[in-house]
Design a protein around this ligand. Structure first.
Ligand code: MCN
Length: 776
C-alpha cells in the first residue's frame, strides 16, 4: 500500500535496513546497566509504603553499620546540598515550576514509592539488605486519591506549602458572541470521557551511572535518557559545576516513550551522591519501581458540550479538562494546556471554549508519554462517535461533513493553532476505503442477525511538532576523514527509533557518499552539538533538515575543490557513491577520497581561497509550525458474555510528509498502535482508596504481547512540510489515535445492546458490567 514514489532517492525514501539492529539484536548494545566502572558502588532507594504520612521517627544507624554499606543518605544529609534551591524540573525555567521537589522525602511522604533513604553499598544486594535495618515510623494521614474531588479538598493537601491541590489552571472561554451562536444550535450533545492511568513501560527501566573525579572536578554520567544535553544542564544546576565539567552519555537506550525526556528525581539524586562521595555509583530502576514510582500518564477527564446545526455541521465545542498529575509531575506533567487548543483536531470547528485543571494527588507523578496531549484525540473522537449515534447519523458521514478539506487549509483553529500541510480528509477517505467501510457495515448487520457483535471505529488527529516551536533550531556537525568517509554528529540521541539509520541515509544522499561510509555519533555531550533531544516527534523534521543542510554545505566544499582538480565548474559536477564526476561525462571524475586526501595530505597545490575545512557545523532554523496527521480505522468482534475484544482489521492512513525511511515509519506506527491498544484494553496503574498501587508487577500490569496485536496495515500520504526535506514527525501518532479507534469500534459493536461507553480501560470485566448495566 505504501506510496514512496514522491520521496525515493538513492537512500532517502528507501526502506534501508536499520544500521543499529545487528548490534542490538546480537546483544552488543551498550545500555547504562552494561557500564561497569572500577570501584563502582550501587544505590538503592528505601521508599515509602504509605501514600500520605508524616515521618515521626527515622533511624539509619544500623543500616550505616551493615556489611558493604558505604553511605546512607537521608533528606537531612542530601536535600540542602542541591546547589539551586530544589531539584530542577527542567534545564531551564523556574525550579519550582510544578511542585517543590527534593532528593529525598523530609517530614512527609506524598505517594507510595516516595524515596526516603538512599543507601550506597558495594553491591545492590547489600544495599537492599541494609534497607531492612532502617527504622522508620509514620503517622498516616488521609491520602488524596480521588482526583475528581482533589481540587476541592482543602483539608488534605498533597503539598502543605501550596494553597490547594491544584497545580495548574488555564483556559480560554468561548466568547459571548460564539456562545450565543452555539446556543442557537439545533442539537446540543453533552458527554464526559475518562481516560485511565497507564504508563510508558520501556524495556529498559531508568538507569544512571555517575562518577565524580574531584581532582579534575569532572562529573562523568551514563544515563538512559532521551536528552543528554538536558541532563548535563540539569546536573550543572544540581551540583553547581560548570556545564563543561560534566559529560553525559546515553549509549543505547531501550525505549523512552517520553518518560526519559526530563531527568528524574532518582537520577539527579544518585548523581548528587556521586558528586558528594567522589565515587562512581550505579542505580538501575527495577520493574516494581518503574511501575509505581517512575511516572504515570493519561489519567484525564474531558467533559464536553458539542453544538451541532440541523445539517450536522459542528458549530462549536466547550470543554473542561481535568488531569491527575500525581504528587510530583515531571517536566510539567502530561501537557494539559495543549489538550484544549487541539480539541478541534482535524475538523473545521470554529468555536471553542476550554478550561484545563491539573490536580496533585498522593499518587505517582505524571510525565510525558508518547503524545502527551492525546486526550484531545481520545475525547474528541469518542465524542464524534457518541454524537453521531445520538444524532442518528453514521459516524463516518458525520466526520465527512466536518473534516477539514484541502480548501480549508491553512486553517487557524479557534484554539490559536495555525494548521497547514495536512491531509485530514484524504487520510480519512483512504482509511475508510482500505478497511472497506461500506462492505463492513453490511457484514456487521448480517453478523448481528446471527447474534454476533461486530464494530468499526475511526479516529483521526492532527499533531503539532511542538518542539519545533519550543526549541526552534537543531544542530548537525559533519566531518570528512582523509579516506572520504564521514562522521555525522547529531545533538540528540535515539532511544529505539532508528536515528542512526535515518541520519546516515540523509548524509549519504546529500553528500554523495555511500551509506556504509557514514558513521553517526549521538548521545554524548562531549561530541554532540547542543540539541534538545528527542520528543514531540521532532527528530525526523528537525534532525532531518539539519543533516540535509549540513551535508549539502559540506558537499559544496568538496565540489569546489574537485572542480579545481577536474578543471570544471562546480555547478557542472555531481557526487554519488563517493565519486565526483562531470555531469554527462562520467569518465571525467575523481573520488571523494582523492579530494579529501588532496586537502589533508597536501597532495596538490590548491588556490588559497578554497576552503580546506572539510567539516561543517550547522544549526537548522525551523519554521514556526509543522503538523502531521493520520486516520486510524479498526474492526473488532466483541463477545458481550466474556467481554473479550477480537481484532478483525487495523488500518492506519498516515501523513508524515516525505518519509526518510518507510521501514522505520511503519515500525513507528506499529509500535505506537501496539502501545495504544495496550493502553485502551489492558494496561492500568490501579490504586486503591488509600493510595496503594495494586499493579506493581507484570502479573497485574498487563502489557500486550505480539499475540494481542493485529496486523497493522499502513497507507502513506506524503504532504510535505515547509521544512527542508518536507519531513514531519511520526513517532507518537500510533499511540495518539489507537485508543479512540478501538474504543469507538467496541462502542459501535455494543450499541445494538444499548451500551454506552464513556470510560476506559475496556477490560473484559468493564465490558461485561456495561452490557449488564444497559440490559438491566
Ligand atoms: N522518520 C522518517 N520519516 C519521517 C519522519 C520520521 O523516516 N517523515 C523517522 C525518523 O528519522 C526517526 C523515526 O522515524 O528515526 C521517528 O521520528 P520522529 O517522528 O521525528 O520522532 P523522534 O525521533 O523525535 O522520536 C520521538 C518519538 C516520541 S516523542 C516518542 S515518545 C517515541 C517515538 O518517537 N518513543 C519511542 N518512537 C519510539 N520508538 C521506540 N522504538 N522507542 C521509543 O521510546
Amino acid at each position: 500500500m505504501s506510496d514512496t514514489a514522491v520521496s525515493a532517492g538513492r537512500f532517502v525514501g528507501q526502506a534501508v535496513a536499520r544500521k543499529e539492529d545487528p548490534r542490538l539484536l546480537t546483544g552488543r548494545g551498550r545500555y547504562t546497566d552494561d557500564v561497569i566502572l572500577p570501584n563502582m558502588l550501587h544505590a538503592h532507594f528505601l521508599r515509602s509504603d504509605l501514600a500520605r504520612a508524616t515521618i515521626t521517627h527515622l533511624d539509619v544507624s544500623a543500616a550505616r553499620e551493615a556489611e558493604g554499606v558505604v553511605a546512607v543518605f537521608t533528606a537531612d544529609d542530601l536535600n540542602d546540598k542541591v546547589a539551586v534551591s530544589m531539584l530542577p524540573s527542567m534545564f531551564q525555567g523556574a525550579d519550582d515550576f510544578m511542585a517543590p521537589i527534593f532528593p529525598l522525602a523530609k517530614d512527609d511522604v506524598r505517594f507510595v514509592g516516595d524515596p526516603i533513604v538512599l543507601i550506597v553499598a558495594r553491591n545492590r544486594y547489600l544495599a537492599e539488605d541494609a534497607a531492612e535495618l532502617v527504622e522508620i515510623d509514620f503517622d498516616p494521614l488521609q491520602a488524596v486519591v480521588d482526583w475528581f474531588t482533589a481540587a476541592a479538598d482543602m483539608e488534605n493537601k498533597v503539598h502543605e506549602n501550596r494553597m490547594a491541590n491544584v497545580c495548574m489552571m488555564m483556559g480560554v472561554p468561548m466568547s459571548d458572541e460564539a456562545k450565543a451562536e452555539c446556543e442557537a444550535a439545533a442539537h446540543t450533545i453533552e458527554a464526559s470521557f475518562i481516560q485511565h492511568r497507564y504508563s510508558a513501560v520501556p524495556m529498559e527501566c531508568r538507569a544512571v551511572v555517575a562518577d565524580y573525579n574531584p581532582f579534575d572536578k569532572f562529573l562523568d554520567v551514563h544515563i538512559a535518557s532521551q536528552n543528554p544535553h538536558e541532563v548535563r544542564c540539569v546536573l550543572a544546576r544540581v551540583t553547581g559545576l560548570p556545564e563543561n565539567n560534566i559529560r553525559v552519555r546515553i549509549g543505547d537506550v531501550g525505549g523512552g516513550f517520553g518518560l526519559k525526556s526530563f531527568m528524574g528525581r532518582e537520577e539527579q539524586t544518585v548523581a548528587l551522591a556521586a558528586f558528594l562521595m567522589n565515587a562512581p555509583i550505579k542505580w538501575s530502576e527495577d520493574r516494581r519501581e518503574n511501575l509505581i514510582a517512575s511516572a504515570h500518564a493519561r489519567q484525564e477527564l474531558v467533559k464536553a458540550t458539542m453544538y451541532v446545526d440541523a445539517d450536522h455541521k459542528i458549530l462549536g465545542i466547550d470543554m473542561d479538562h481535568l488531569d491527575d498529575s500525581g504528587a510530583y509531575p515531571i517536566g510539567g506533567g502530561s501537557a494539559g494546556p495543549l489538550v484544549g487548543p487541539l480539541m478541534t483536531g482535524p475538523y473545521k470547528i470554529d468555536r471553542l471554549g476550554w478550561n484545563a485543571t491539573q490536580v496533585w494527588t498522593n499518587t505517582c507523578g505524571s510525565a510525558a508519554y508518547r503524545g502527551p496531549w492525546m486526550m484531545e484525540t481520545t475525547a474528541r473522537e469518542e465524542l464524534m462517535d457518541y454524537a453521531a449515534r445520538e444524532l442518528g447519523i453514521d459516524p463516518l458521514e458525520f466526520r465527512r461533513i466536518n473534516v477539514l478539506q484541502d480548501s480549508d487549509l491553512p486553517y487557524d483553529n479557534p484554539g490559536g493553532q495555525h494548521i497547514e500541510n495536512v491531509s485530514p480528509s484524504l487520510s480519512m477517505e483512504q482509511a475508510a476505503e482500505a478497511i472497506g467501510y461500506d462492505d463492513f457495515r453490511k457484514e456487521q448487520a448480517k453478523a448481528l442477525a446471527e447474534g454476533r457483535y461486530l464494530g468499526i471505529g475511526i479516529a483521526g488527529y492532527v499533531e503539532p511538532q511542538p518542539n519545533v516551536m519550543v526549541y526552534g533550531n537543531e544542530p548537525c556537525h559533519v566531518r570528512m576523514h582523509p579516506d572520504g568517509r564521514v562522521d555525522v554528529f547529531i545533538g540528540s540521541g535515539a532511544h529505539g527509533q532508528g536515528l542512526e539509520t535515518t541520519t546516515a541515509q540523509l548524509a549519504a544522499e546529500h553528500l554523495g557518499v555511500h551509506i556504509d561510509d557514514v558513521t553517526v555519533h549521538q548521545g554524548d555531550t562531549e561530541s554532540a552539538p547542543f540539541g534538545p533531544g528527542t520528543g514531540g516527534s521532532r527528530s525526523g523534521p528537525m534532525i532531518g533538515a539539519a543533516v540535509t543542510e549540513a551535508s549539502i554545505m559540506l558537499k559544496e566544499k568538496v565540489l569546489a575543490i574537485a572542480a579545481h582538480l577536474l578543471e570544471a565548474a562546480p555547478e557542472d559536477l555531481e557526487a554519488a557513491e563517493g565519486v565526483v564526476s562531470v555531469k554527462g561525462t562520467p569518465a571525467k571524475s575523481i573520488t571523494i577520497k582523492q579530494v579529501a586526501d588532496t586537502v589533508y595530505g597536501g597532495r596538490a597545490p590548491l588556490p588559497h581561497e578554497l576552503d580546506r575545512t572539510l567539516e561543517v557545523m550547522h544549526r537548522y532554523d525551523a519554521p514556526p509550525t509543522m503538523w502531521s496527521n493520520a486516520c486510524h480505522a479498526t474492526t473488532v468482534e466483541v463477545d458481550p458474555v466474556t467481554g473479550m475484544v477480537k481484532f478483525l482489521r487495523y488500518v492506519v492512513a498516515e501523513d508524515c510528509g516525505r518519509m526518510i525511511n518507510p521501514n522505520i515509519v511503519d515500525g513507528q506506527v506499529h509500535g505506537g498502535v501496539a502501545q495504544g491498544i495496550g493502553g485502551v484494553l489492558y494496561e492500568e496503574n490501579v490504586y486503591d482508596a488509600d493510595g496503594n498501587p495494586l499493579a506493581s508487577t507484570f502479573l497485574d500490569y498487563l502489557l500486550p504481547t505480539a499475540h494481542e496485536i493485529p496486523e497493522i496495515e499502513t497507507i502513506h500520504i506524503e504532504t510535505p512540510a515547509s521544512t527542508v526535506g518536507g519531513y514531519k514527525g511520526v513517532g507518537e501518532g500510533g499511540a495518539i489515535a489507537a485508543p479512540a479507534a478501538v474504543f469507538n469500534a467496541v462502542a459501535d459493536a455494543l450499541a445494538p445492546l444499548g451500551v454506552k461507553l464513556f470510560d476506559q480501560p475496556l477490560s473484559p470485566d468493564k465490558i461485561v458490567a456495561a452490557v449488564i448495566a444497559a440490559n438491566g
